[in-house]
Every structure is written in structure tokens, then in C-alpha cells.
Ligand binder design. Sequence first.
Ligand code: CA
Length: 234
Amino acid sequence: MRLLLVEDDVMLASGIKLGLCGAGYAVDWVGSAERAEEVLAGESFDAAIFDIGLPGIDGLELTRRLRGRGLAMPMLILTARDALEDRVQGLDLGADDYMAKPFELPELLARLRALLRRSQATTSAVLGFGPLKLDSANRQASANGQLIELGPREWTVMEYLLVHAPKPASKEKLLAALTGWDKEITPNAIEVYISRLRGKLEPHGVGLRSIRGFGDRLELVGTPPIGTGGAASK
Ligand code: CA
């Protein structure tokens, strides 16, 4: 299980990280919400722990943004002992649980286990399209039982396409799914990911069809396009 820890207090962060690693989790630690967004744009985690008090964007806004992007990963927020308002707001914004500081490590571990159990039960659902399967829990893509190797950003594009299939995904949407606030990815890079995915999917009978003005969508190769209406007839 891989966790993302967002905490600007170095002492506290290293203590939490040590405890989590000791319990067998892989932990990536960043000191700001901005950095967290960058990391989450390209990589996936089983759960995240956010401190609310961060420099720049705070943990509440981070929670709101990530949920707004459709990120389903369990999120636990760290709040000050008496900050009832923060806890309520955090939960309303989509956090799954909170810990009031200071806390004991065994309690954090128990809460994480509970969150992970719940999320694995609900999000281990495998996304599918025709012969294509995307198993988020095990991070495995396959078609007809054959594994398909996907880079992290290809994975994100694929996941977006599958979640929204059979609707097309515009470049803007894919860009947003990939980057958050990271400006490194360009629309041209999206083209590259789409074209690589196309190459990986076509041998398995799944195509990526570009619909002008709308974007790309998954399609079973050899079946007539459905539901594109007037959009594709131009
Ligand atoms: Ca802090």
C-alpha cells in the first residue's frame, strides 16, 4: 500500500513517515499542497494524509480540488485539537476521516486500515470496456487476460477514457486529469499518450476514435460508431 503524506512540519512528518513505514506502508512525503497536486497528477496512491495547516494552499482546499478532479482515493486530514469547524468542513469537502493533533500512531494506523478496507471493497471494482480491463486496486491493465504495460500517464488517460466511455474525452479534460496544476504537460503530449495507447489497444480489438471537436473515445474495432449523432457526420 502506498500513501501520500502532505505535512509541512518536518519533525511531525518524519515521525509519521517512520511510523507508517514501520507498519509496512510505502510513504511519499511532500511539504505542500502544490507539490501534492503535482505528484498526484502522475502517480497513484492508496490513501493520502493531509495536514490542514500548510503553506500556500491549505489541506481543505487540497481536498476540495482533488475531489473536484474525481480522485477517489481515501483522504484523512490532520487538524488542530479544537478545530471543530475544520473537521466539519474537511469531511464536507470529501475527506473520509480526520485525526486531531496530537494523536497516537496506533490510532492513525487503525483509522488508515479502516479507510483502506472500505476503499478496497468499493473501489476494487475493475473498469472494463469490451475485452479491456483496468484493475485499479492491483494497477493492472489487461485485455483477454493478456497484460498491457502502461506508463503512469497512459494509465491516467486510459482510466479517464474508461470511466467516461463511450463518451469522447476532450484534450482539455485529459489535460486536467493528468496535470492538475502542473503546467509541464502540453496538448501535444496528450496526443502522444493517445497515440501510444492506440498502438497498445488496437491489437486487442479496442480502438481509440477521434471525433473532431469532441475528443477521443474508446470503441470496439469493427463495430459501427454509435451515438455520435451529427457530431461525426461533418
Ligand atoms: Ca502544518
